[in-house]
Design a protein around this ligand. Sequence first.
Ligand code: IDP
Ligand code: MG
Length: 138
Amino acid sequence: MERTLALIKPDAVERGLQGEIMAMIQTAGLRIIAMKMLHLSKAQAEAFYAVHQARPFFASLTTYMSSGPIVALCLEGENAIQRYRDLMGATNKDQAAEGTIRKKYALDIERNSCHGSDSPETAAVEIPFFFSALELVG
Ligand code: IDP
Ligand code: MG
């Protein structure tokens, strides 16, 4: 059993897509064991994406991620990290497979509607960024 951190990003929440994206997650057999809506500050977005701070898109990404509300979810299931990455599709929507969240909903490479942890080590940092142990209903 594995856990991963999923975010529904501001572009998707702004369009009211959180329900449809959560339905896709549940249809894929991943259990939502924690959920909250919040609006990150610029500093919080910079902390969350600190691994990307040297990248040319860091300033734009963190401005976008703090531009409106997001939904944070903790997902649980066998191989949940890779299964949710597969459900999201490629970072760039033009390379995302049919039936993925990003193929359906992403607007461009930055405003790509969702985030998912990319490894167990990342999930172990990203889940507690948003949720305390008490909030995980596993
Ligand atoms: P991922 O979300 O598929 O794991 P990462 O490479 O970790 O992709 O990038 C984090 C986020 O940064 C992406 O989801 C996207 O919002 C944004 N991003 C990635 N590459 C670019 C780019 O080349 N231009 C603008 N934004 C980007
Ligand atoms: Mg990533």
